[in-house]
Design a protein around this ligand. Structure first.
Ligand code: SAM
Length: 434
């Protein structure tokens, strides 16, 4: 059955708002759907997919939509929708539009000029080419412009991976174990999960496999003191709490009250009682000082450009300004510095981002090591071997969608050298005499 012609007007309306780039696309889209309760599930799905297709392919679609009948916004919306559901599923098209859409969608995008094929702002593609070389930059751009699969993390406090696969099969939802994350599942298609008993009981959470690997490499163990310094809504906090088998103490710090509030219902579902959410004002907050030199493992999942998540948030590449990356770098260095004070001698600090840009990754790690002779790098190959994760890496973790089918993630692991009493006192450890 064809989609009603009205969804074209809906798509145009919301696309016009999203392309102003004053708010994240998913926020604008959710608000639009809330304001239009009569739109059905199928219509919502098509509008959302159409919009995301435009954001993914904006350079190519804009070029194609420049000439022709009707307004440019209508032509962009048509391209997004047709790419999502097929030309023949759209109602209310003129003959000319139908013919034009068929023609454009047949273009082999692999043969286009590289900057057009990348569908990225020029500055970003140039950074990618400088970092990866042209061939790999294009492979990465292609992967970033493809929708992400749906990954789940099994909450080991509530079920095993095998239990969940069997229960999902009853729904019936097919899922396979992920190759790297020991508790991950990759679901075929994208079914609604919110109403499944497995979800309501906290046995599963939606989480990209790369994000799961990040939590795993912190190596948090039973009974330890752990800090998730940039916990946000707690994606990694929940994974860490389960890895600690709900023992020890896990502090979930963040500057955002709103994000920490979103952690609360997830915590309730998870069954974890070892998590302590704490809102901090900044990375030098006095609440942190009290724990200086006492923590076994600290995760800094730093605020970043989010470029690694373009498969899910394709608007980020258009919203982010080149100059913001350098500012981000300075912020990341400052947060890592603040968090490092917490780590005890022999303890570990993990710096992570969901970006593939060297300025936010390798360069932050190098600067940290240069400024902190009391920390040394633990090569990622060693960390992964400890965790029995079969992934080939050098010094750092660099997960990339075209290589690992995950979002883009970076991580570096640092270990604090054993501290003598004076160093402990300087770190603010008031129990240094013990
Ligand atoms: C990448 S997000 C964290 C995502 C989260 N760890 C997860 O797995 O869902 C980065 C977080 O850092 C927080 N943040 C920003 N500045 C901070 C600071 N100075 N200290 C602590 N957290 C900060 C942001 O509010 C945001 O929630």
């Amino acid at each position: 059955m064809r989609l009603p012609p009205a969804i074209l007007a809906n798509t145009e309306e919301v696309l016009r708002e999203i392309l102003r780039f004053t708010a994240p696309a998913d926020t604008t889209l959710s608000r639009y759907f809330k304001d239009h309760p009569r739109l059905g599930g199928r219509e919502r799905g098509a509008i959302a997919e159409g919009i995301y297709n435009v954001l993914r392919n904006r350079a190519f679609f804009t070029d194609q939509a420049e000439a022709g009948a009707g307004g440019a916004m209508r032509r962009l919306s048509l391209l997004g929708l047709a790419d999502a559901v097929g030309v023949d599923s759209l109602g209310g098209l003129t003959e000319e539009e139908t013919e034009w859409l068929h023609r454009v969608l047949l273009i082999d995008r692999k043969l286009m000029h590289k900057s057009m094929r990348s569908n990225m702002p020029k500055w970003l593609f140039e950074k990618l080419v400088a970092q990866f070389g042209e061939d790999e930059a294009l492979a990465l751009a292609d992967a970033l412009n493809t929708p992400a699969p749906l990954d789940l993390r099994v909450n080991s406090m509530k079920a095993s991976r095998e239990d969940v696969i069997a229960e999902l099969a009853q729904a019936p939802i097919a899922a396979d174990p992920t190759p790297y994350a020991p508790l991950g599942l990759r679901v075929h298609r994208k079914p609604q999960l919110q109403n499944l008993p497995l979800f309501k009981s906290g046995a599963i959470e939606v989480q990209d496999e790369g994000s799961q690997v990040l939590a795993q490499i912190l190596g948090a163990k039973r009974g330890e003191m752990v800090v998730d310094f940039c916990a946000g809504a707690g994606g990694k906090t929940l994974a860490l709490g389960a890895l600690m088998r709900n023992t020890g103490r896990l502090y979930a710090f963040d500057v955002s009250e709103k994000r920490l509030a979103k952690l609360k219902p997830r915590l309730a579902r998870s069954g974890l009682s070892n998590v302590h959410p704490v809102q901090i004002a900044h990375e030098r907050d006095a609440k942190i000082k009290r724990l200086a030199g006492k923590i076994d493992r600290v995760l800094v999942d730093a605020p970043c450009s989010g470029m690694g998540t373009l498969r899910r948030n394709p608007d980020v590449k258009w919203r982010q300004q080149e100059g913001a990356i350098a500012e981000m770098h300075d912020k990341q260095v400052a947060i890592l510095d603040g968090a490092a004070r917490l780590v005890k001698g022999g303890g570990r600090l993990v710096y992570a981002t969901c970006s593939f840009l060297n300025e936010e990754n390798d360069e932050v790690a190098a600067q940290f090591l240069a400024n902190h002779p009391d920390f040394e790098l633990v090569p990622m190959s060693k960390v992964l071997a400890e965790q029995k994760i079969e992934l080939e890496m050098g010094d750092y973790l660099k997960m990339l969608p075209h290589k690992h089918q995950t979002d883009g993630f970076f991580a570096a692991v640092f270990e604090r050298k054993p501290m003598v009493k004076k160093a402990r006192e300087e770190a603010g450890d008031t129990d240094a005499d013990e």
